[in-house]
Design a protein around this ligand. Sequence first.
Ligand SMILES: NC(=O)c1ccc[n+]([C@@H]2O[C@H](COP(=O)([O-])OP(=O)(O)OC[C@H]3O[C@@H](n4cnc5c(N)ncnc54)[C@H](OP(=O)(O)O)[C@@H]3O)[C@@H](O)[C@H]2O)c1
Length: 267
Amino acid sequence: MKTAFIGAGNMARAILKALLDKGIISPGDTAISDVNAVSLEATGREFDIRTTTSNLECVKGADTIILAVKPQNLDNVGAELKGKIAPGQMVMSILAGTCISRLTECLGTAEIVRAMPNTPAQIGCGMTVWTASSTLDASRKQAAQVMLSAMGKAIYVENETYIDMATAISGSGPAYFFLFMESLVEAGFELGFDKETARTLVLQTALGSVEYALQSGATLADLRLQVTSPGGTTAQAVKVFETEGFKETVKKAAASAYHRAREMGGC
Ligand SMILES: NC(=O)c1ccc[n+]([C@@H]2O[C@H](COP(=O)([O-])OP(=O)(O)OC[C@H]3O[C@@H](n4cnc5c(N)ncnc54)[C@H](OP(=O)(O)O)[C@@H]3O)[C@@H](O)[C@H]2O)c1
């Protein structure tokens, strides 16, 4: 399967790594383009794939075109590619907030998959929520599901509005978890651990908590209560989180990401 990547940034690299590692695509059948010669050269060398600064040259003969530029760069890509994407070429866009109707209008094709992956895709532990234009046939949808599943879990949704919601939860989500873990490492350091030990304590606790939640099947609230004996140390910490409005802050942050996704795409 011939694949073209437009944009050689962080997400393109995450997707490339997952698809190449799983053998879904091969270096010889993959091309990438970018306006930024430095990113292009570095990505091309890292994955041993063909590079070009021309998006048009890149997409020639590709079965799938993975669009991985920033939403604000879509118009420039459209100016180059509109009317040049042939029937049968599927465009897979990962642009935050950018709806299928806008992609169709800009690129002049209706064979579109709109996906929202996240950076753990790089190690096959990603979470992707995706949808497709109504004109995309079942075999292309199946091909999309196979590609996206190579990056981790992939959930198909009929209703496109779920994609902006997923952007705020799973797309941006890794940053929320990293921020929480960063804070806990700093707390450990301030209590007296060296940084390396604090980092190990936090990462293993995060890993163990996720595995435990997945394996036990209990609700997250029940799992939290298991650790929280009345009058104990955890109860004391949770009381501080509650007094400081932790849950409200998390909800406010996610809602704000959702509104930003809607605003950025211009749909
Ligand atoms: N980062 C995430 O966690 C995440 C998660 C899900 C989805 N996304 C989506 O993924 C997309 C890419 O994000 P990213 O973080 O990988 O961005 P990025 O690192 O900035 O990469 C985008 C690349 O596209 C290049 N570019 C700009 N205009 C171009 C054009 N006309 N033709 C070809 N290449 C062009 C950029 O060059 P310059 O640097 O010179 O502009 C840059 O190298 C975004 O739309 C974002 O919404 C990101």
